[in-house]
Structures are given as structure tokens and as C-alpha cells.
Design a protein around this ligand. Structure first.
Ligand code: HC1
Ligand code: SF4
Length: 573
């Protein structure tokens, strides 16, 4: 142990502890802008400087470790002057239009500047403005960039893509798309991880809330919304609701209050996806189509963008099933539209997703006999949902639990866990067991696929279904995905079925979720989904009576001609 003194308090900490970590143990969080543990420890912002007795120069606390007898001051006059000057310089190159910034109230720079009581700027603002295609789902505002480099590191180290790079020199140094390309010319997966790790408003999703307000105001349109599994585990974080208070039923109530006509839960179509994808897997597996092994799940659009750009030759191995979002849209514009006597073109489908890539996935076309537009008209992130709730002046505490509308109301616990890594695989295995043996397994029989190894982000499992042994793998985080695909390609590992999610921890850690600077909440949110599954009325997708009715009354059976037309796609096109 190392004995030190911080702000006149003595403490012993293990050797190797950074000054920042030691101060946090004493309840003194040192302000910072660029630091992200294990990802960005480059001390670029210099906001975290501290004074050490006996040393002339201030040192950065994020990347300097304590030494025996060290006497540290985290808020001495010298520290405060330096910190204020540093933040003033950062602000001089930052577009400080906080009133119109999506991160206002949730911006680390704003908080640090406020805490330092910076009221006046002694410098004139001068920022670089790089043009950006505002129709692209991911938007970068260079005037707000503080050059902390977090986006570069997240994209490179965690997601295994190198979309961002430093450009220009001196005071004009900034971050832009690698190779001075346009964002739509590179292989951005749209995972949104750079957005959720940006400490300011330099990166954000395209805001589509105005399109939804217009559809709500349009008397001809019937607005039908769906809410993804992972949204329920996070939406309350931005509205001051506890996990117990922030139920899915209250999201439904908020949507109705906003003016949406019909509300549904994407967990319903997750169950539908299992019926299609589970049967597809069993068909491929039993036919011994070895060259198409492993089959990869296809519900994560960040993953789909990744495989198409990085491993195009593996695309035929994707399940042809559309994602639950797209399946639901297709069913809303056909089966549901018929049931309420409305033409498909008058149905306006909105989905609330924890994801930015879903905004790209929505471009997928819907064919129903003939071209019938898009499955989904608008995708909102969880953050956009909370902005709409605020814009409608709804007091979150006033919301009541409201059920989904009839016809597609039921959902299973298997559908809910889609939002966490391993959930799609577990849901599929539960139903595959039933389809093969005619008996339900214990609902928790396959829970081994829930816990990825900390180092690799991968879970491997051999599971017994009837006479067959299925070699399954689950992976999340595109950097981990790349490593797994390389191992598959080199013949080092062999699987039959692989679940892939682009964001670390799955959709719960999605790029459209509420932002908590430097805090990773995917695991806590995932645990919430597993809790909901444990307590669900039904826990098997094949027991969803509304899905069964959809087959009986409309689709006939899984993998039928109609199912293929509406619920599947050809990813190779
Ligand atoms: Fe997901 Fe999915 S799990 S992809 O993360 O398959 O976004 O939640 O809605 O479509 O169900 C996202 C979540 C979501 C789909 C489902
Ligand atoms: Fe990289 Fe994902 Fe950001 Fe695209 S969205 S730049 S892939 S981190």
C-alpha cells in the first residue's frame, strides 16, 4: 500500500493507483474531459491537473500514479488558475450555444465550466467549421469538438473501425473522418458508440422528432409506434425516474399523450423473429448446409453494416430474417392495417430504439404484392423519445402504466431479453428445443449464453437439443466481433449459430441510449431485462398467443411464402 495525503486527508491506496482514482476514493472526483478508463488515458485536456508538494509543475492526475508520502492538492489556487485557463482556452474554440445544444444539461464541458464559475470568456471565440451531410444518421458538429480524442479511441479500440482521425495542425487541429473522406464514403457501422462517449455535443444522432410531430398533426395518418426491448431499461435515467418507476407501460402512456394512435412493444416481433429465425436455423442445420455454418443473427443493423463492409463474403451466412423492428413495421402496414380498415400508405410507423443504426436500417423496402414503401417511417432513439416527452411538457412522475393495443399485445420474456447480449441466442434455443423435442426446456436451461468473458466479450456454449449438439457463440462489440470472425475464418473455432451485436453488452448499451459520461451501464440495464424475463407471464416465443394468431389468420406458418415476402430479406442485394 502507498500512504499519501490528498487535500489534508491521509489515505492508503494500492500501488499503481492513479492520483485521480485515489482522490475519488476520498469523495473528491477531479474534473476531467478526455479521460476514459483503459480507452483514453492520454491527458489531452489537462483539466485534471493537481499540485504536488515540492514540485513546480502541475501534473495530470488521470495518468500519474501515487508514490509513498506524496502530498497532493486537488483544488489549490495554482490548480484553480490553471484549470480555469485551460477550460477558457477550450471554450474559445467551442461553439458555446448551449441553449440550442442537444447535450445542454448533460454536457461535461458545460458542467466543468459552471463548476469553475466561468462567467466571462477573456478570448474571442474562433472555431473551425467543417461541412457535414445533415441527412446522415450520425452528425458531427466540428464547432463543438474539444479534441479530446475519445471518438477516435472508441471507434478504433472498442469497435475496431478507424472512422475518425486528427486533421490539420496547431490551433486548427481538429477531428474529422479518416482520409478526409465524407462520412458516407467510409465504413461507419452507425453503432453510435462515439456519440455516447463524446463529452460534449460534437456528435449526435440526426434528430427526427419533427417528422413524428408532423405525422401526429396530419389527420390522414394513423401513427403506430413500437418500443424496443432495451429502451425500457434506460429511458427513465434521463427523466429522473428510478428503474422500478420507469416501466414500459409508462412509455406507452407517454406515447399516447404525445398523440400516437396505437402503441406496441417490439418484444412481440422479437417473438415473431424467433419463430422465423429459429425455424430457419433448424432447417439449415438439419440440411447440413455446412458451407453456410455458422448462421449469424441478423437483427442488429450495426453488425449488418459491419459485415457488409468488412467481410462481404460472409454475408450469405446471415439469417435472412429481418430484424424485429422491420418485421413489426411490415406487419403493422399489412395485417394490422387490414384489421383497422386503413390503407397501408396511411399508416405511419415509428419505432423507438436504443440505436442509431436503426435509422439507417429503416431504408429497407417493403414489398407486399407490389412496392409498398418502407416498413418503418421514422426511427427515434431513446434520447429523442425523452426529448419528445419533455417537449410535450409531460411530467414523467404523472405517467401511468398502460397496456399495448390489442391484436399484437402479448410478449414473452424471451422477446424482452433480445435487448441484452446473449438474449437472441437464448430465446432461439428455448424455442428450438421445443420445435425439435415437442417439450419446453426449463426456461433458464440456456442461461450460460448470458455471461461473456470479460476479456473477449464472447460466450461459447455447446448445447444439447434432442439428439443434436449445437455449438453456439455470442459476441458483442465490433472489435470483439472482428477477432471472432478471424478465428472462424482461420478454422480455429467452429460454431453452428452465432449471435452478434455491434454495441458492447448488446442493445442495452446502444448508441441511442441516455448518456452518462464515462459510466458504462449496459450490464445494469441488461440485468433489468433478465429480471423482467424471470417474472414474465410467458417465457417462450412460441407461446405468444398473438404471434400464433398472426400465423393462423394471416401468415400461415413460419417460412411460408407470405412470411418470406414480409419478414425476410436478401442481405446480399
Ligand atoms: Fe435491439 Fe432488436 S434487440 S436490435 O438491440 O432485435 O435497437 O432493444 O429493438 O429490431 O427486439 C435495438 C433492442 C431491438 C430489433 C428487438
Ligand atoms: Fe465508429 Fe460507431 Fe462512431 Fe461509426 S458510429 S464512427 S463505427 S464509433
Amino acid at each position: 500500500m502507498v500512504n499519501i495525503t490528498i487535500d489534508n486527508q491521509k489515505i492508503s491506496v494500492p500501488s499503481g493507483t492513479t492520483i485521480m482514482e485515489a482522490a475519488a476514493k476520498l469523495g473528491t472526483p477531479i474534473p476531467k474531459l478526455c479521460y476514459l478508463k483503459d480507452i483514453n488515458e492520454i491527458a489531452a485536456c489537462r483539466v485534471c491537473v493537481v499540485e504536488i508538494e515540492g514540485k513546480d509543475r502541475l501534473v495530470t492526475s488521470c495518468n500519474n500514479v501515487v508514490t509513498e508520502g506524496m502530498v497532493i492538492y486537488t483544488n489549490s489556487p495554482k490548480v484553480r488558475i490553471a484549470r480555469r485557463q485551460t477550460v477558457q482556452l477550450i471554450l474559445s474554440q467551442h461553439d458555446c450555444k448551449c441553449a440550442t445544444c442537444v447535450r445542454s444539461g448533460n454536457c461535461t464541458l458545460q458542467q466543468v465550466a459552471n463548476d469553475l464559475n466561468l462567467i466571462d470568456l477573456p478570448f474571442k471565440e474562433r472555431f473551425e467549421d467543417t461541412p457535414w451531410d445533415k441527412t446522415f444518421p450520425l452528425i458531427r458538429d466540428s464547432r463543438k469538438c474539444i479534441k479530446c480524442m475519445r471518438c477516435i479511441q472508441i471507434c478504433d479500440k472498442i469497435q475496431g473501425l478507424n472512422i475518425w482521425d486528427v486533421t490539420s495542425t496547431g490551433s486548427r487541429t481538429t477531428i474529422n473522418v479518416n482520409g478526409n473522406k465524407k462520412i458516407n464514403e467510409v465504413s461507419c457501422s452507425l453503432c453510435g458508440q462515439c456519440i455516447t462517449h463524446c463529452p460534449v455535443g460534437a456528435l449526435r444522432e440526426r434528430d427526427d422528432t419533427e417528422d413524428v410531430w408532423s405525422a401526429i398533426a396530419d389527420k390522414k395518418k394513423v401513427v403506430v409506434a413500437q418500443v424496443a426491448p432495451a429502451v425500457r431499461a434506460a429511458w427513465g435515467e434521463a427523466l429522473g425516474l428510478s428503474r422500478e418507476e420507469a416501466t414500459i407501460g409508462k412509455i406507452m402512456d407517454a406515447l399516447k399523450k404525445i398523440g400516437v394512435d396505437y402503441v406496441f412493444d417490439t418484444s412481440f416481433s422479437a417473438d415473431l423473429t424467433i419463430m422465423e429465425e429459429g425455424n430457419e436455423f433448424l432447417q439449415r442445420f438439419s440440411k447440413g448446409e455446412l458451407k453456410l455454418r455458422p448462421m449469424f443473427t441478423s437483427c442488429c443493423p450495426g453488425w449488418i453494416r459491419f459485415i457488409k463492409s468488412q467481410y462481404p463474403h460472409l454475408v450469405p451466412q446471415l439469417s435472412t430474417a429481418k430484424s424485429p423492428q422491420q418485421m413489426f413495421g411490415a406487419v403493422m402496414k399489412t395485417y394490422f392495417a387490414q384489421s383497422i380498415g386503413v390503407a397501408p400508405e396511411d399508416i405511419y410507423t415509428v419505432s423507438v430504439m436504443p440505436c442509431v443504426a436503426k435509422k439507417g436500417e429503416r431504408n429497407m423496402e417493403l414489398f407486399y404484392g407490389e412496392y409498398a414503401g418502407h416498413d418503418i417511417d421514422t426511427v427515434l432513439t431513446t434520447r429523442e423519445l425523452t426529448r419528445m416527452i419533455r417537449a410535450a411538457h409531460i411530467d414523467p412522475k404523472s405517467l401511468k402504466d398502460r397496456e399495448c393495443d390489442p391484436l399484437m399485445k402479448e410478449w414473452s420474456g424471451a422477446g424482452v431479453i433480445f435487448g441484452a447480449t446473449g438474449g437472441v441466442m437464448e430465446a432461439a434455443l428455448r424455442s428450438a428445443h421445443y420445435l425439435v423435442t415437442g417439450r419446453n426446456p426449463d426456461p433458464d436451461a440456456f442461461k450460460i449464453v448470458r455471461s461473456p468473458s470479460f476479456e473477449t466479450g464472447v460466450v461459447e456454449a455447446e448445447v444439447q437439443i434432442g439428439d443434436a449438439t449445437i455449438r453456439a457463440a455470442v459476441v458483442s462489440g465490433l472489435g470483439n466481433v472482428r477477432k471472432l470472425l478471424e478465428a472462424i475464418e482461420h478454422g480455429e473455432v467452429h460454431y453452428d449459430f452465432v449471435e452478434v451485436m455491434a454495441c458492447p453488452g448488446g442493445c442495452v448499451g446502444g448508441g441511442g441510449q441516455p448518456i452518462h459520461d464515462g459510466e458504462e451501464l449496459a450490464h445494469t440495464r441488461g440485468a433489468n431485462l433478465y429480471f423482467l424475463d424471470k417474472n414474465a407471464k410467458i417465457r417462450f416465443s412460441h407461446e405468444n398467443q398473438d404471434v400464433m394468431k398472426l400465423y393462423n389468420d394471416f401468415l400461415e406458418k413460419p417460412l411460408s411464402h407470405k412470411s418470406h415476402m414480409l419478414l425476410h430479406t436478401d442481405h446480399t442485394k
